[in-house]
Design a protein around this ligand. Structure first.
Ligand code: GLN
Length: 313
């Protein structure tokens, strides 16, 4: 399966780009100091079809740190390695209704992180990776995400250092989870792997290919390599539908009707199951930390291509 008709995709991409470009609401994230340097005008969109064909418009080759979008791919790798049941017990699949870095949400749920797409659940996810050492877990993450992208992804050291120096809140979250017995081993070692995973550099093209890999049962449509099982992709996409855009996940699903995942550097990956992936990049964010232009462009594009999963025709 694929999104039919390449000409229609190119026309829809051009329309989405023009529509979203006019919007200049939102603000570039600055709680991680180096992210504040991002170019607010950078804007790129890429669609990856099921046969590996790519369609691009705008700044699809500008590298940016993947940030929270890493969470879905690490979750998929974890479920592939240890099975969905154990991940479900420890991390959960329900929306918190709170911000991605909420501490209150952890307390209200007696230490349960609720889902793998908020920081607490993502740190717990990374902590459960089956490697024997911290470095082995990092290797699983870096090679795993690279296989989703179909090329070797590298860490942006400046982003990694900037976030490591300012991640008091994530340290608090990791220690709090540990106090509730939700993390085995050193919580700060798990946090370090998480911070590195968030610093991996991607571009809009990579996001499209990574999304298309989830769309196609875990087989990267460009390299042909199987990264995770089809069952894992199904489960990861269900989790995205509930929590991919944090407390705005309901509005996103209502508008777009597809699983997606955002990150604070301005990326959004959207998955049309069985059809393809969309990568969007534009740094200015709404108050929940989701790219403003990314959301507008994705809504336009998915409507133009008729991809809403809940539409009967
Ligand atoms: N690395 C960021 C953090 O932990 C990721 C958050 C995000 O993209 N929403 O805060």
């Amino acid at each position: 399966g694929s999104i039919p008709d390449s000409d229609r995709i190119d026309a829809a991409l051009a329309g989405a780009y023009e529509r979203a470009r006019r919007h200049d609401e939102g603000a570039v994230a600055d709680y991680i100091p180096i992210l504040a340097r991002a170019d607010a005008h950078a804007f790129g969109l890429c669609v990856a079809q099921g046969d590996g064909r790519l369609h691009e418009v705008g700044d699809t080759r500008i590298p940016f740190s993947i940030q929270s979008i890493s969470k879905v791919f690490v979750y998929a790798l974890l479920c592939d390695a240890i099975g969905r049941q154990r991940a479900l017990e420890v991390v959960g699949v329900n929306n918190t209704g709170s911000a991605f870095n909420s501490v209150i949400a952890i307390e209200l749920n007696r230490g349960h992180p609720m889902n793998p797409m908020v920081n607490a659940g993502a740190i717990a996810t990374t902590a459960m990776l089956p490697g024997a050492t911290t470095e082995a877990n990092w290797h699983l993450v870096q090679t795993g995400l690279s296989r989703f992208a179909g090329r070797d992804l590298i860490v942006d050291d400046e982003v990694y250092r900037s976030e490591s120096a300012t991640n008091e809140r994530n340290r608090a979250i990791a220690e709090l989870l540990s106090s509730y017995g939700r993390i085995e081993g050193d919580p700060l070692a798990a946090l370090d792997v998480y911070t590195r995973q968030c610093s991996l550099l991607v571009d809009a093209r990579d996001l499209a290919v990574m999304g298309a890999t989830l769309a196609h049962g875990g087989v990267n449509p460009v390299t042909g390599e199987r990264v995770v099982s089809a069952d894992v992709c199904r489960d990861a996409l269900a989790v995205l539908a509930a929590s991919g855009l944090y407390e705005r996940s309901g509005e996103w699903l209502f508008d777009i009707g597809l699983p997606g995942k955002s990150g604070v550097s301005g990326g959004i990956v959207t998955v049309a199951p069985g059809k393809g992936g969309l990568g969007a990049y534009s740094p200015p964010l709404d108050s929940a930390g989701n790219s403003v232009r990314g959301q507008i462009a994705t809504a336009y594009l998915t409507r133009a291509l008729g991809l809403n999963l809940f539409a009967s025709e």
